[in-house]
Design a protein around this ligand. Sequence first.
Ligand SMILES: C[S@@+](CC[C@H](N)C(=O)[O-])C[C@H]1O[C@@H](n2cnc3c(N)ncnc32)[C@H](O)[C@@H]1O
Length: 260
Amino acid sequence: MSIDPNRPSSARVYDAFLGGTHNFAVDRSVAARIMEIVPEMAALARANRAFLHRVVRWAVAGGVRQFVDLGSGIPTEGNVHEVALAADPDARVAYVDVDPTAVLYARELLGDEHRAVVVNADLRDPASVLDDPELRAVIDPERPIGILMFAVLHFIPEGPVLDATLRGYREAVAPGSLLAVSHASGGLDPEAVDRVADLYSRAGTPFVPRDEARFAALFDGWELVEPGVVRGSGWHPDGGVEQLSDSASSMVLTGVGRRR
Ligand SMILES: C[S@@+](CC[C@H](N)C(=O)[O-])C[C@H]1O[C@@H](n2cnc3c(N)ncnc32)[C@H](O)[C@@H]1O
């Protein structure tokens, strides 16, 4: 897959939300239209990254030291390996993304860092992802893994592919592994979310916000850890959490499950 500057990509649109520079005019145009509909989109993206950081620190503190970041995106401030290695220099991270822009910049960022790798793959094929030789160079499937799916499952519609994807990771990982998910939800203004979905689908990406019940079902076979499914930025908040309005909070669901 090559980089097409004329076709928006969800990775580059998200980079634009975060004020990054690895995006094209076509991505900035989609991002600007989404931010017209959801003015707090940039704050939501920052809150999502802050949740990611908290989950990684929490997981390392609990003894999970290796992470597979699925749909990892274009590198930005506080990437998973930076957060994990700051908490434990023996941590290991595999980034996985289908988008060549994300992979290119992640490889550039990692340089000769041997404790993290980047795999260009579709997360909907768990067996190929987890058997990838580069991933296997840093990830030991016999030990607990933190499977991270941040702001990515809402691009995968309901159906057998989603079910097989979730089952594939769940069945492959060792007991004690974690599944951490952040996800778009219909929120207080479902009409606004429908308009965002329409923009994404016209850009060639399905966008499927889920309600709490559908979100919780993503954790079938995992035990949701306290405090369960949380809207907004309230999952194990720390002092640095940016306040979101009720409307923005209602648009995001978060949770972490543990494999028994
Ligand atoms: C909105 S970004 C989220 C980036 C990062 N996870 C975060 O939360 O900050 C979604 C990312 O998922 C990637 N993605 C979408 N579908 C994917 C798939 N089927 N397999 C792998 N990556 C995918 C996109 O390329 C993009 O980089």
